[in-house]
Design a protein around this ligand. Structure first.
Ligand SMILES: NC(=O)c1ccc[n+]([C@@H]2O[C@H](COP(=O)([O-])OP(=O)(O)OC[C@H]3O[C@@H](n4cnc5c(N)ncnc54)[C@H](OP(=O)(O)O)[C@@H]3O)[C@@H](O)[C@H]2O)c1
Length: 366
């Protein structure tokens, strides 16, 4: 077989200010032969996540991406060669594929996130969206926010991947849901398509004034993806025993540390006996199946829409990351690298098990 060439986008320089394509360079390297215990996979879809900006620049809950290495990214890939008994050519996997066409992994080795096999009969792009930001919305809202029917739930970054799902789950739980997003199109999408009760266009409206009108009794749960000034405005308007879910703070990710917005109104949480709690989705991955089955069922039943913003082409990868920080994306930002190179491999037994588990989760939900 002729030697395969692997195209990779490697991290060339750490970003300063707004992340752009200049931090990356394209490299072509040969794909090495497999050793025992290793698996070769071909990347099909890549996920784009604001946290990648942090991975490029500092140690976080993950190690910093080393210079000269392919940029770290979650994705979906298909196994094309295997010297590991549990992974077969044709298997679809969810893994930290990185910005590269091919990668080798060792299922029994050290992995920042373990490779997970996915049912081959389900839409891989949908599973990728649900498995990252969908789970973040699911566990962040339900476990940290603890919304109750009749409460007012406010979501920032509401037309994005995490926010749009968090708001829709809150609606399913019987809450009144208000989203904050940038621009009239996104706000119209929130109320018309995602069935939010109201939307605030933070780029064209005064957020504080609109909150006064829309939440006269205060905000019970704030699912915050944005931080900064918007969080400060909301703090002034929390209800008694409000819960603030600190999911992300994208308004500050491209700002140097000493220039970040300083929150002024946190004492409102004392007066209102409120809480603000951060979380990282990897702490809930042990319960990923529960979240995935519920989310998948809600999407199948048309109760939740998972909007996917799909870009195409390996050359578009660096520019696609910038879309998150300029608000170009609606819903989950993905990029398609390739079709599945091999026929999909899901046995009838795997499909049946998946169906039974989905039904079981539906039964447990009541
Ligand atoms: N805690 C966790 O485990 C976890 C896991 C995943 C994601 N997150 C966090 O969740 C948040 C959303 O992530 P996502 O993957 O779902 O991305 P996303 O919401 O799909 O995309 C990012 C959105 O953020 C908005 N935005 C960008 N810059 C902004 C600014 N300066 N001020 C206000 N809004 C801005 C843009 O929407 P507009 O057009 O509305 O501005 C953009 O579409 C991020 O903060 C991310 O770090 C946390």
């Amino acid at each position: 077989m002729p030697e395969r060439t692997n195209r990779q986008w490697v991290l060339r320089a750490r970003p300063e200010g707004m992340v752009d394509s200049s931090s990356f360079e394209l490299r072509e390297v040969p794909v090495p032969a497999l050793s025992d215990g290793q698996v070769l996979a071909q990347t099909m879809y890549l996920s784009f996540d604001p946290t990648q900006r942090a991975w490029m620049a500092m140690e976080t809950y993950m190690p910093i991406v080393p210079l000269g290495e392919p940029m770290r990214a979650g994705g979906i890939a298909q196994v094309i060669e295997s010297k590991h008994p549990k992974f077969k050519p044709g298997d679809i996997i969810n893994y930290l594929c990185g910005w590269q066409e091919y990668f080798i992994f060792e299922p029994d080795g050290e992995n920042l996130v373990p490779p997970t096999k996915l049912p081959g009969h389900l839409d891989p792009a949908l599973l990728l969206a649900l498995s990252l930001t969908g789970l973040t919305a699911y566990f962040g809202l339900l476990e940290v926010g603890e919304p109750k029917a009749g409460e007012t739930v406010l979501v920032s970054g509401a037309a994005g991947a995490t926010g749009s799902i968090a708001g829709q789950i809150a609606k399913l739980k019987g809450c009144r849901v208000i989203g904050i997003a940038g621009g009239p199109e996104k706000c119209a999408w929130l109320t018309n398509e995602a069935h939010f009760d109201a939307a605030i266009d933070y780029k064209n409206e005064n957020v504080g004034e609109r909150l006064d009108v829309l939440c006269p009794k205060g905000v019970d749960v704030f699912f915050d993806n944005v931080g900064g000034e918007i969080l400060d405005e909301v703090l002034l308007r929390v209800a008694l025993r409000a819960r603030i879910v600190l999911c992300g703070a994208i308004s500050d990710y491209n700002t140097p540390e000493d220039e970040r917005y300083g929150i002024k109104n946190y004492t409102s949480l004392i007066i209102n006996r409120g809480t603000a709690r951060g979380f990282i989705i990897i702490d809930y991955l042990g319960r990923a199946l529960e979240g995935l089955l519920n989310l998948n069922k809600w999407v199948e039943d048309g109760k939740v829409i998972q909007e996917i913003d799909m870009q195409h082409g390996f050359d578009q990868i660096p520019a696609t990351l910038t879309r998150l920080f300029t608000g170009k994306n609606l819903g989950k930002q993905l990029l398609k690298v390739s079709d599945a190179p091999l026929p999909l491999r899901t046995s009838a037994i795997e499909q049946a098990v998946f169906k039974i588990m989905t039904a079981y989760m539906g039964w447990r939900r009541g």
